[in-house]
Design a protein around this ligand. Structure first.
Ligand code: AMP
Length: 188
């Protein structure tokens, strides 16, 4: 059976770093909605133009744009064959419900979520150190607030569905990855 995995955690929680490690060892396709939006902005596609003002301000891109983009990507054959590892999606409960429905229509489901838990102060330090165009202090503070508001209901949602694995995301990368492997290898 292919695995469908979701990485949860606030911006700066280390999802991208752990994603690279996971993908080197497991067959799922890595799908980062932030990366897809950034690529579209760079190429100046219609999708990129729609997303730009929201991203620049640190706001979420509206669900109807984001859900449609994710649905398109999940329907592609590499994902159907190998399963997915979503990074940065879902970002709120409505997106989570959309995803569940999309999967249910295809007799699929979310196999597991990994929630990387990191204290706020550490998140801010990491984001400031990253130096991305949308990582100015003001935008970071706003982006954290926006994401926090949606994050807890999302964590609760997956806890209720019995697929939440909480990982201590503050500390040594190898220890974090070893906790990730323990969670993934426990899946059947
Ligand atoms: P990220 O690289 O995941 O931090 O995403 C960068 C930006 O892309 C976010 O601040 C949002 O503007 C947008 N974005 C990424 N994923 C989503 C999503 N699931 N829903 C809405 N907006 C998103």
């Amino acid at each position: 059976m292919t695995k469908n995995l979701i990485l949860l955690g606030l911006p700066g929680a280390g999802k991208g770093t752990q994603a690279d490690k996971i993908i080197a060892e497991y067959p799922m396709v890595h799908i980062s909605t932030g990366d897809i939006f950034r690529a579209n902005m760079k190429e100046e596609t219609e999708l990129g133009q729609k997303a730009k003002s929201f991203m620049d301000a640190g706001n979420l891109v509206p669900d109807e744009i984001t859900n449609a983009m994710v649905a398109d990507r999940l329907a592609q054959s590499d994902v159907v064959e190998n399963g997915f590892m979503l990074d940065g999606y879902p970002r709120n409960e409505d997106q989570a419900k959309f995803l569940d429905q999309f999967l249910a229509e295809r007799n699929e489901k979310v196999s597991a979520t990994l929630y990387f838990e990191v204290p706020d102060q550490v998140l801010v330090e990491r984001l400031l150190g990253r130096g991305r165009a949308d990582d100015t202090q003001e935008v970071i503070a706003h982006r954290l607030e926006v994401n926090k508001e949606a994050n807890l209901p999302l964590v609760d949602y997956y806890a209720k569905h019995g697929v939440l694995n909480t990982i201590d995301g503050n500390g040594e990368l190898d220890r974090i990855y070893s906790d990730v492997k323990t969670a993934l290898d426990a899946l059947d």
